[in-house]
Design a protein around this ligand. Structure first.
Ligand SMILES: Cc1ncc(COP(=O)(O)O)c(C=O)c1O
Length: 263
C-alpha cells in the first residue's frame, strides 16, 4: 500500500475509463489546452515491463483522445519510480528503461518526459551515525545508535533494507544484531537481525542509500534536532544545511498567550 500508486483503488490520478471524458472537458475549456498525459505507476520498480505496459496503455488513451477530435497532445510523461539497488535488487539500466518506453512514444509522434527522482539521488546519500551502546536482552544483540526513525524513517515505515557499514576498516567477527535508535518506539530501528561486523560504542556507521526519502522524510519527533547535511565532492565538502538546535525547534512557539482570540 505504500509504494503502489497506479491501481484503481488508490487516491491518485484519473481512472483509465474516465480519461477521454476528462480530456473532452478540458478541450471544451477555452483557457485550457491538453498538452500531455502522465502516468505514475509506483515507486522502487525494478522491472521495466510495467513501464512498457503502462506506456502502451497511455498510447491507447492517446489514440482514443485523438479519435475524439482532440489533437493538442505533445508529450507523454511516464512518471518516476524507477528502482535502485539498495541491497541485492537488480536495478534496471537507463537503456533498458528507454528501450521499454521510447519506441511506442516515438511511433505516436510525441515527446517524452520522465521523473526518476530516487534513481538520481538515492545512492548519492549516506547517513552517518555513532554507536551509543550495546545491549544484550531477550536473547538478542542490540546496537543502539544516535540516529533514530525521526532522522531516517524508511526502515520503519516501509520495512526497507539499507546496507550498514562500519567506517573503521579491519577484519572482525560477524554477528547478528538489530541496529536501533534512541527513540521511545519499538519501530525505531535501522536494521533488524542483520549480520554485521562486530561494532563498539563510539564507532561511526554508514547507512547507505539514504539520498532519497531521507532527510526530506525526517522529523523532529521526540524533540530531536535534525542532523546537518554535508555535500561531498571528491576530497572537499561543505555544510549544505546546519545541524538544528533546540532554538530551531521552539522557534514559532508561544509558551504564554499574548492574545486570546474568540472562536
Ligand atoms: C508524480 C511522481 N513523480 C515522480 C516521483 C518520484 O518517484 P521515485 O522517487 O520513486 O522515482 C513520485 C514519487 O512518488 C511521484 O509521485
Amino acid at each position: 500500500p505504500y509504494t503502489k500508486t497506479g491501481e484503481k483503488t488508490t487516491k491518485f490520478g484519473v481512472p483509465f475509463d474516465e480519461v477521454v471524458n476528462v480530456a473532452r472537458r478540458i478541450a471544451a475549456e477555452p483557457r485550457l489546452v491538453l498538452r500531455g498525459l502522465a502516468m505514475h505507476i509506483g515507486s522502487q520498480i525494478t522491472d521495466v515491463a510495467p513501464y512498457h505496459r503502462g506506456t502502451v496503455k497511455l498510447i491507447e488513451l492517446v489514440t482514443a483522445i485523438r479519435a475524439a477530435g482532440i489533437n493538442t497532445l505533445e508529450a507523454l510523461d511516464v512518471g518516476g519510480g524507477l528502482g535502485v539497488r539498495y541491497h541485492n535488487e537488480k536495478a534496471p539500466s537507463p537503456k533498458a528503461f528507454a528501450d521499454a518506453v521510447v519506441p511506442a512514444v516515438q511511433a505516436a509522434g510525441l515527446g517524452l518526459l520522465c521523473e526518476p527522482g530516487r534513481y538520481l539521488v538515492a545512492n548519492a546519500g549516506v547517513l552517518l551515525t555513532r554507536v551509543l551502546y550495546r545491549k544484550h536482552a531477550g536473547g538478542k544483540e542490540f546496537v543502539i545508535v544516535d540516529a533514530g526513525m525521526n532522522d531516517f524513517v524508511r526502515p520503519s515505515h516501509y520495512n526497507a533494507h539499507h546496507d550498514i557499514l562500519p567506517l573503521r576498516d579491519g577484519k572482525r567477527e560477524q554477528e547478528t544484531v538489530s541496529v536501533v535508535g534512541p527513540i521511545c518506539e519499538s519501530g525505531d530501528f535501522l536494521a533488524l537481525d542483520r549480520k554485521l561486523p562486530s561494532v563498539a560504542p563510539g564507532e561511526v556507521l554508514a547507512v547507505l542509500g539514504t539520498g532519497a526519502y531521507g532527510f526530506v522524510m525526517s522529523s523532529t519527533y521526540n524533540q530531536r534536532p535534525r542532523p546537518p547535511e554535508v555535500v561531498v565532492d571528491g576530497d572537499r565538502y561543505y555544510v549544505a544545511r546546519q545541524r538544528e538546535t533546540l532554538d530551531d525547534l521552539v522557534r514559532g512557539e508561544t509558551a504564554e498567550p499574548t492574545t486570546w482570540y474568540r472562536a
